[in-house]
Design a protein. Sequence first.
Length: 510
Amino acid sequence: MLQTILYIVLPVAGIVLGWTIRWIYARFQLSAAEQKAERVKQDAIKEAEAFKKEAQLQAKEQLIQDRNQQERENRERRKELQTYENRVNKKEELLDQRSLEMDKKDKEYANLATQMERREQELNQKEETLRTELERISGLTQAEAKTLIIQSLENEARHDAQAMLNKIDQEAQLTAEKKAQEVLVTTIQRLATETTSEIAVTTVSLPSDEMKGRIIGREGRNIRALETLTGVDIIIDDTPEAVVISCFDPVRKEIAKESLERLITDGRIHPARIEEVVQKVTREVQQKIYEEGEKVLFDLGIHNMGQEAIRALGRLYFRTSYGQNVLTHSKEVAELASMIASEVGANRDLAKRAALLHDIGKGAETDSDQNHAEVGAEMVRKMGEEPRVVNAVAAHHNDVEAQTVEAIIVQIADAISAARPGARRETVDNYVKRLENLEDIAKKFPGVEQAYAIQAGRELRILVNNEKIPDDQVKELAKSIAKQIENDLRYPGRIKITMIRETRIVDYAR
């Protein structure tokens, strides 16, 4: 039992004793920590006080330095202000002196003004006296004399101006005529082209008259197939070893001619073979049209031309006008226009481009009743050409007014190309007769004194008697003459009729 109690008491006593020892040790450590904390606190207080004293000393030193700096700046500013004040005082003294001088001058000027007014009054009195005396001597008032002087000066100025204008006009005409002759002669001398052009042949030679029967075929099926596919009329008559192809379209005429020659060479002539050959020739001709258009553009150095324009130019290769190939003529006009433009200082590229396109309407596939200039202008407008080119194309036969110098150059180049000896096959007799017929038709109307056909028969200028034909009847007379020309003559394009009525009054000074 005692042993059991000891087993229980001893551990408990050990625990109590251990806890007591730990408590005493903890109290000792707490006391030591509190003492250490008190020492740290006291040290911190001492350090803070020392830092505070040091900061106060630094602040006092900084304050003293700032105060000294401010005093220096104040001294400098006081010096500057003193300097400015001295300068202002000097300026005030100068201004006072100038003010005194100005007052003195004002008084002098006032005296001078008084003297001038007195002298002016005296002069006015003298002027009035002189004016009265002059009016009495001349017998004219002041207004009448002024009007007379103005009229005299005006007449003299007009006379001098008119004399100068006449002199300038005469010099300009002489210079312009000489310069124009030089430009045209130089241009024509620089141009070297063929004087004649090949005319499209419409007759196809046959190896023998037996070939005519083969061309006609059984019941005429071969010739009908050829005419239907090509759109031409094939005339087979008594002409030995030849057939004639008739068509207003030169492209279709060329296709028919080439197809017929190939069929004759091949010997196989029947509808299926005819269709095959015509299709092949059509493709080749279309390709040739495009190649001819590209060739002329390359030769002239013209770029940026659309495919539609190239084909339209190529079609001119198969067109002729009075025996002159239209594409060759257009190329020649472009070269002439470029030369003339370079001589007179105009736009060479614009003149060359417009000149090349000026007859493009002749190759148009249209049934319009408009002339080729109007058709060509509409074509180039749709091709996207600029307005100056469109105007040059439309105005090259004076159908519309030329708006640029390049349009005038195109007219000149076109006239040179068409008028060169050998350029066109129209005979001189027919040409003169056509002009005479134009003039005779106009002279038959009462009141017409003279009629002149100009511009190669494209314009008719008529002089009417002003005593027989009043102004209100001139328009009706022009319409009547135009109607008579339309009924009696056949001509390409249009004819412009210009009526001239002049009232001339002559008097003599004796």
